[in-house]
Structures are given as structure tokens and as C-alpha cells.
Design a binder for this molecule. Structure first.
Ligand SMILES: [Zn+2]
Length: 289
């Protein structure tokens, strides 16, 4: 059968369109796969619980061990951590101890009710808020230059230029390097006699960006406070808590984490109506292959 020439060109035209559509679908698929493969948070998402329990993912413990020398907030009525033995194997056939601690001592969480009314206490933080992608912003050099350094919006911008936008719902950790003073409480709190402390923190402007624009779940730091040591009005605490978010203070081992691409598990003590409390924090980091 002879196909009229105008029909033949019509068939050829349809064929061309079909080839074009198939090519478009295939290339968009491979672009998506490529994008996912290079997005560090998606790589981290690929960690399974099987990887965690079999050791294929690395767990970094971000909590310090509690003892009588553990740094605490040096306010009135704050006491050092105490551990008292109340039964021994020799005497009682069982070892049992009692702990006495303020909520804001050692590695701990500041619950949203710490600085704001009508916000959840530590036991009422929704568990979903305690699992998050993690991000570390390195501010060691700035903190070495000035103990009163505070993270600026420009620092967030600079970090995102290198690492990409901070993922929504992240826990952001500010790594000031202050952990090197952990075993020396006086140096750690760096307090003038009867006066201000000097250690780095977040600026209110940076906290506002992270809370309202990046919609973080919480802000963490390796010092005594997410506000800088000289703060009197605790603006950063107010910004974080007013948004129903939490703070994590005296966080350990931030130097062992990548800038992004890991997960965080925050496990605070569950005390009814508590304003915070001692907290285990784990980072789940993909092992380099
Ligand atoms: Zn606190």
C-alpha cells in the first residue's frame, strides 16, 4: 500500500515527538537519581536501622559523662551533680545509687517552657521533634579570636554557600571548640570575679533566621548556653523557646561530625513539668566506604 506523502511526514513528525518525550522522561529520571545520590541528607536517609545495629553506620555519643565536677549553670541555688550509694553488693546484695542534679547541668536539653510560658515541658516535647537531620557550623577560629563571639547571619550564609541550605527540621550545632575546657570548670565558664561569663553563642539575629526561616527543631552548642556568656536578657533562649523549640547545651564531640549528612537522636530524661534535664544525644553518621 502506498502511503500518501503528507501522511508519511505526519507519521515521521509523531515519531519524533514520541522519541523526544521518552528522552525527556529518561533524562529527568537520571537527573533525579543523580541529585539524590549527591545530596548528603538523602545519603544519610539511606541509613537503615539494620545499618545502625550491625555497625555499618557510626554512632557518635554527643553527651558528657556526669560526675561531681561536671559544669553547671553557676546561678543561685544551682548545685553540682551528686551520686550517693544507697545499697552495696557487699552489704545489701545489690548495687544501687541515688542521683541529685539540677536540670541544667552537663549535656542537657532546655525544654520550650524554660524561658516561655504556655510551651511544652520536657516530658511533653513530641517524640518526633527529638529525631532530626544534623548540621554543624564550625566557629572555632572566631571563638579563639574572641570569647564573646556570636554566630552572625553572614556566617550562616557562608556555611550554606559551601554546604547547601540547612535542611528544614534540622538540629543545628554551633561548634566553638569550647569542649577543650570541659575538664576545667573555671576555664569553661570563664567568669569575671562575681561578674559576666565569657563564652561564644548564637546572636539573636542568627537564631531568628534558623528558627523562623530554616525551621530548625532545636539549636545546640558546646558551651554552657546558646546565648553568649555575657547575655543578660537571654534573647536567643526566648526566640528558640517562644517558637516551641529546644536548646541543647554542653554538647560533646562535635569535632567528630561532618558539617551535614548525619542524623541526631535526642533522648532527654522525662520528668513531669521539667524545664529540661540531662540528655543523651546520639549522632548517626554514614561510614565512609
Ligand atoms: Zn539549660
Amino acid at each position: 500500500m502506498r502511503i500518501p506523502s503528507h501522511m508519511a511526514s505526519w507519521v515521521a513528525f509523531l515519531g519524533l515527538i514520541l522519541v523526544g518525550v521518552v528522552w525527556l522522561i529518561q533524562s529527568s529520571r537520571s537527573a533525579t537519581a543523580e541529585g539524590q545520590a549527591t545530596n548528603p541528607d538523602v545519603v544519610a536517609c539511606a541509613i537503615t536501622l539494620g545499618d545502625v545495629v550491625s555497625g555499618r553506620a557510626q554512632i557518635v555519643d554527643l553527651a558528657y559523662t556526669l560526675n561531681a565536677k561536671t559544669p553547671h549553670w553557676p546561678g543561685d541555688n544551682y548545685q553540682p551533680f551528686q551520686l550517693t550509694t544507697i545499697a552495696t553488693l557487699e552489704k545489701n546484695g545489690v548495687l544501687s545509687k541515688m542521683i541529685t542534679t539540677s536540670e541544667h547541668l552537663g549535656t542537657h536539653i532546655d525544654a520550650p517552657n524554660h524561658f516561655e510560658t504556655k510551651q511544652p515541658s520536657v516530658d511533653a516535647i513530641p517524640p518526633e521533634q527529638l529525631f532530626a537531620p544534623g548540621v554543624v557550623i564550625d566557629a572555632i577560629l572566631q571563638s579563639e579570636r574572641s570569647a564573646d563571639y556570636v554566630l552572625q547571619p553572614a556566617d550562616i550564609e557562608a556555611w550554606e554557600k559551601v554546604n547547601g541550605r540547612i535542611p528544614e527540621g534540622a538540629v543545628v550545632f554551633l561548634h566553638t571548640g569550647w569542649g577543650r575546657f570541659w575538664d576545667n570548670y573555671d576555664r569553661f565558664k570563664n567568669q569575671e570575679v562575681g561578674g559576666a561569663m565569657h563564652f561564644p553563642g548564637y546572636s539573636p539575629d542568627a537564631a531568628r533566621i534558623l528558627v523562623t526561616e530554616r525551621k530548625v527543631r532545636g539549636l545546640g552548642i558546646d558551651t554552657l548556653s546558646i546565648d553568649t556568656g555575657t547575655s543578660r536578657d537571654f534573647q536567643v533562649h526566648h526566640i528558640v523557646n517562644a517558637a516551641g523549640k529546644y536548646g541543647l547545651e554542653n554538647v560533646a564531640n562535635l569535632g567528630k561530625l561532618p558539617a551535614r549528612g548525619f542524623f541526631v537522636v535526642v533522648a532527654p530524661i522525662k520528668v513531669e513539668s521539667g524545664s529540661g534535664g540531662p540528655t543523651r544525644i546520639f549522632a548517626i553518621v554514614p561510614k565512609k566506604t
